[in-house]
Design a protein around this ligand. Structure first.
Ligand SMILES: NC(=O)c1ccc[n+]([C@@H]2O[C@H](COP(=O)([O-])OP(=O)(O)OC[C@H]3O[C@@H](n4cnc5c(N)ncnc54)[C@H](OP(=O)(O)O)[C@@H]3O)[C@@H](O)[C@H]2O)c1
Length: 274
């Protein structure tokens, strides 16, 4: 079973009896101007949602991935266009590594980047034990050189001080087969947190699915359930495009379906009255 499916199964299996409260769809982000958005790991499942949704929002996207040909229209938001070629006059896709300074600099040079989404991932055996930390250090350095302030970074439920929000079985994985990944994720989070001159948001999703977006993005204080990559992508994009995004300087755990201990605070709801 693939990891994502395994994680979703574990999260579902460990959730206690729960009747979700489906709240109205969130209001669209209050972006007034189109943005230039850099997306690192652009061909990934969540990152491709970010690319696709940003283009649909009218933004310009500058993506970096080691394998540009892997970028296709994502299943969640793409519907029957899933798997099709994802190209646009507003998309610049660069092949390269996020841990390589020369590659990262190409994303920023002359592009007036307004916000950065870091959606990197992969198995340690494929990407290396320190890829997240090394890449994040390189990206943050390039942001500072180019005076770019806003960044959202996907880590995971269980990272940093959210350890107790991971379901029991997931904690077991974190202590064993995922130990090295979580060392890298925690170091990545520490780098972000120590960047006091940036406007950052660390995003810790529960189990990721490739379902269509349901618009339910709950910031949770209890145990995580699952959430579609499409909904995570919306939260990532809001974090870099909404001026008064309420989770700047914070590390919200988000999930949408299942889970326990729901102290609910949807991002759009939280934005009301601010
Ligand atoms: N699966 C879950 O249920 C779950 C739950 C919570 C959090 N998360 C986290 O959420 C994040 C996104 O997950 P996902 O499943 O959407 O990710 P994914 O599909 O594995 O995408 C990760 C992307 O990072 C790219 N990448 C890896 N090393 C790179 C490098 N050095 N330079 C540039 N790009 C690089 C990969 O492309 P190439 O390999 O082709 O370069 C891939 O496109 C991950 O950090 C994951 O750990 C996952």
């Amino acid at each position: 079973m693939k990891f994502a499916a395994l994680l979703t199964t574990i999260l579902a299996a460990t959730a206690t009896s729960f009747t979700p409260t489906f709240l109205p769809n969130p209001t669209p982000p209050s972006t007034s101007l189109n943005a230039n958005i850099a997306i690192f790991g652009a061909s990934g499942l969540t990152a491709s949602e970010c690319v696709y949704q940003a283009l649909n929002n009218g933004d310009k996207v500058f993506g970096l991935t080691r394998n540009p040909s892997n970028l296709v229209i994502p299943k969640g938001s793409g519907g029957d266009k899933e798997g099709g070629v994802l190209s646009s006059k507003d998309l610049t896709l660069i092949g390269g590594s996020a841990s390589n300074k020369e590659d990262v600099v190409k994303i920023f040079e002359g592009n007036s980047i307004d916000g950065v989404v870091i959606a990197l991932g992969g198995k340690t055996k494929d990407v290396g034990e320190t890829m997240l930390t090394d890449s994040t250090r390189t990206i943050l350095s390039a942001m500072k050189s180019n005076n770019v302030k806003r960044v959202s970074v996907i880590t995971s439920i269980g990272a940093g001080d959210s350890k107790d929000q991971a379901p029991f079985m997931f904690k077991m994985l974190m202590a064993t087969v995922m130990k090295n990944i979580f060392v890298d994720k925690n170091n990545q989070e520490n780098l972000i947190r120590s960047s006091s001159d940036l406007e950052w948001c660390i995003i810790r999703p529960g189990g990721l699915t490739v379902e269509p977006p349901n618009g339910i993005i709950n910031v949770i204080e209890g145990e995580a359930g699952s959430i579609s990559r499409a909904d995570v992508a919306q939260f990532c994009l809001d974090a870099v495009t909404v001026e008064d995004f309420p989770y700047i300087g914070k590390a919200p755990c988000i999930s949408s379906v299942g889970g326990t201990s729901w102290v609910k605070d949807r991002s759009s709801k939280a934005r009301e009255g601010m």
